[in-house]
Design a binder for this molecule. Sequence first.
Ligand code: FEO
Length: 395
Amino acid sequence: MIPTKIADNIYDVGVIDWNIRDFHGYSTYQGTTYNAFLIVDEKVALIDAVKAPFADQLIRHISQIIDPKKIDVVISNHTEMDHSGALPKIMAAVGADKPLYCSKMGAKNLSAHFSDPWNYHPVDDGQELSLGKRTLSFIETRMIHWPDSMFTYLKEDHILFSSDGFGQHYAGFEKFDDQAGSEVMVQAKKYFANILLLYAPRILKLLEKVVASGLQIDMICPDHGVLWRKDPGKIIDAYFRWSRQETEKKALVVYDTMWKSTEAMANAVAEGIASTGVKAKPIHIRSSHRSEIMTDVLDSAAVIVGSPTLNNQMFPTVADILTYMKGLKPLNRIGGAFGSYGWSGEAVKLVTAELEAMNFQIIGPGIRQLYIPGNDGIQACMDYGKQIGDAVNAR
Ligand code: FEO
């Protein structure tokens, strides 16, 4: 229940957002949480706030433990509004002159969001803050997820407050990894694919630095979803795999269709891929949210894209998913394109150019079929699928 005691005198006082279904364009079918942490020591610290509409709930949760005015320091690990929106109300409740610790970029970014003259204390990487019996150490983690992002490590308890890192959009009263079941890894993977993949090289460096430093981590407390207390190594291992962009023998066939011709081609390409022993998954774009498609891209060795030609262009929904994918920078994938057309038929060429721009290894010139693919056309798509499957197997 909330507040949740997570260790002696340490509480999660955050809130559950049961009903959010769209998080700046990312589908959140399981809702989410905005976690915030209260450490009661000789000094009392609040780590992170919540989204603005939940400010009163956060104050109520804090008040169940301690009078908010007794909070001595507020720490902002990340400026994004899901963690800072409630700060004006929180700082008013805590005392507007209380020190607000954040990274140097955090001070700049918070000032750009809020005009309040708060008592900013920008910190350096590795800087420490004593709370009395306990010590906080700040770790700069730029771009995980914004330039201002940092982690806060509680040295004596070996707890890492990791902001967006290791988070999942998962709402529930189950607060720990050992209580929430397998859905947590599903949501953690989706979170990485849609929020953090772009920063995979930085994340890998950070993970390597943390491992090399021998930092003991007994619990990871992200700002979204469950806290990793039973097996923090499980999510750290997954982050190593995902940030190295390790893929499986799996190929996605992502397509849209006007009169079911490109769909018939997609199914034939997928069948050809599957005949080589590679897992094949056709995904109709308008039947699946782009953030779900991106989650599948994360561990797919090949992404093959099908588009009809509409007004001399690729289909608009295909442009949408390609734009989204390009921004998240999946690397080292095999790519290919196919599609049905009526008269001009530019889509395959345009899609291929987009995949080339992502440095995908392109298989062949792609397959174009006039109007409705006949038996020969379907066979050509199956053969193309086999070519793609062979390329995946050859890796
Ligand atoms: Fe949960 Fe980047 O904010």
